[in-house]
Design a protein around this ligand. Structure first.
Ligand code: NAI
Length: 256
């Protein structure tokens, strides 16, 4: 049995992944704002430090897999702080614990939204690891009425971050696959209010068309997350695997 740490564990995709891994006999440490083994706000430096400190205490500084699910979709600078910088702090902060684990694996939840238009100012600042500039650029996007770009940019940034890092000494060199899963629309507390509103539902269906099986439940994506973070995954790394009912194929067509 393996030891996993999952952020965003109290709800939606994280919660379903915790349940699947526990049903398979693994030890799972959950982290979230509340209602979890570790309470930590990953939008703050204190919360990020708390995550790593508590994870060390609870595991004897040894983890076999880290899965970063914590995320928000607000049209607000907070979204870049949680979705990109919180995820980077989780993955980088816990990497030493993974290095001490067995068949270590890491994964973050991206989004098919990363193929939508993004704001280069936000993405570039995030990839330059400049949180202040990324927040400033996000605020500017919100101010000019393009708050939705903060979310797509946060997911594009974290997807590009994993592609860059996956092949470095720290990750590939240490034998740690690092991937993202890019969901289409998953029915969770994050999306339920949109799906319940007929006008918003129409917009969602336009921007994320899912010809195969429509919107998914978290239980339908958890098995892929579990596989990518299992010892069986020896060679998939640096990938953003879309689980989107065909949305990426519709949106990007031949641009592979
Ligand atoms: P959710 O809202 O059900 O769960 C997200 C969890 O993250 C919540 O428990 C929340 O408390 C936690 N969280 C939020 N801010 C946090 C912070 N500052 N510190 C610590 N924890 C925090 O949402 P869902 O749908 O399960 O989303 C999980 C991930 O999947 C997110 O990264 C989201 O962007 C991504 N995603 C979701 C899609 C969907 O259609 N539901 C589609 C594409 C990506």
């Amino acid at each position: 049995s393996r030891t996993y740490l999952i952020t965003g564990a109290a709800s939606g995709i994280g919660e379903a992944t915790v349940a699947l891994l526990r049903s398979q006999g693994h030890t799972v440490i959950g982290a979230d704002l509340k209602d979890s083994d570790i309470a930590a706000d990953l939008s703050t430096a204190e919360g990020r430090a708390e995550l790593v400190a508590r994870a060390r205490e609870l595991t004897g500084s040894r983890l076999d897999a880290v899965i970063s699910c914590a995320g928000i979709a607000h049209f607000d600078p907070l979204t870049i702080k949680v979705n990109h910088f919180g995820a980077v702090a989780t993955l980088d902060g816990l990497r030493p614990l993974l290095a001490a684990g067995t068949a270590p694996r890491a994964l973050v939840i991206g989004s098919v939204d990363s193929v939508h238009p993004t704001d280069p100012a936000i993405v570039d600042a995030a990839l330059a690891d400049d949180e202040e500039a990324a927040v400033e650029a996000s605020r500017a996007a919100v101010d000019r009425g393009e708050g939705h770009l903060v979310y797509s940019s946060s997911k594009a940034a974290i997807s590009r971050w994993i592609r860059r890092c996956a092949v470095t000494e720290d990750w590939a060199g240490a034998g740690i696959p690092l991937n993202a899963v890019g969901p289409g629309v998953i029915i969770t507390p994050m999306t339920q209010p949109l799906l319940d509103d007929p006008d918003m539902l129409r917009l969602v269906e336009q921007s994320v068309p899912m010809p195969l099986h429509g919107h998914a439940r978290p239980e339908q994506i958890a098995p892929l997350i579990a596989w990518l973070t299992s010892p069986e995954n020896t060679h998939v790394t640096g990938q953003v695997v879309f689980v989107d009912g065909g949305a990426d194929a519709v949106l990007r067509g031949d641009r592979t």
